[in-house]
Design a protein around this ligand. Structure first.
Ligand code: SAM
Length: 179
């Protein structure tokens, strides 16, 4: 049968593949947008807005944390060359906002690009710099540090979006999207 060509191994390789492109807006590295990624980004934006609206109404005085353990570079470029935001920049841009942000990325090149893009938005939107933490390294190792920065019972939205099966830490059994 034709579909047996796409066995687990092929799928695994596809999951790990990412095409890097130069972003026409800022000349930095972005990821090429795949159709399933576009759906993910629409979904995650809706989730972030819904969660923030509900949580802000219920706990108006609490901080609202956003944690992205596999942040990437913050942007995507479509087949036609237009740009769209990745999960960390969506979190910084949505209308009803989080108050605190924690971004983890383990690839140096991606981390540096993310740092620049986050820095620009933070400045443009007057987001307090102290409320935005960028952590370079393995999510599995840094999870303790991230969680230590969040007080018990403060609302927290955690997004885990590895390429494949990079997540090993059993302390993070939360919603996972594999790109
Ligand atoms: C699918 S991309 C994330 C895309 C991002 N969530 C978005 O929507 O814009 C996965 C990212 O996780 C990073 N990554 C892979 N293993 C990691 C690890 N163990 N710790 C932290 N980041 C990791 C990769 O370098 C890549 O940038």
């Amino acid at each position: 049968m034709g579909c047996t060509r796409y066995g687990l191994e092929t799928l695994q390789v596809q999951l790990y593949m990412v095409e890097e492109v130069t972003d026409p807006e800022d000349d930095l590295t972005s990821f090429k947008l795949k159709p399933q990624t576009e759906r993910k980004l629409i979904f995650i934006r809706k989730m972030m807005e819904a969660v923030n609206t509900i949580v802000a109404a219920k706990f108006p005085d609490n901080p609202r944390h956003y944690v992205d353990m596999f942040s990437g570079v913050g942007k995507y470029v479509t087949e036609r060359g237009s740009c769209c935001l990745g999960s960390p920049l969506i979190a910084l841009n949505i209308r009803k906002k989080f108050t605190h942000f924690h971004f983890v990325e383990e690839k140096k090149k991606y981390f540096e690009v993310l740092e620049r893009r986050v820095g620009q938005i933070v400045e443009r939107k007057n987001i307090p710099r102290a409320n935005v933490k960028l952590l370079y390294g393995d999510a599995n190792r840094l999870v303790e540090e991230v969680l230590n920065g969040i007080k018990n019972y403060d609302p927290c939205f955690v997004f885990l979006d590895p390429f494949g099966l990079e997540m090993k830490n059993p302390k993070l059994p939360l919603g996972v999207s594999s790109d």
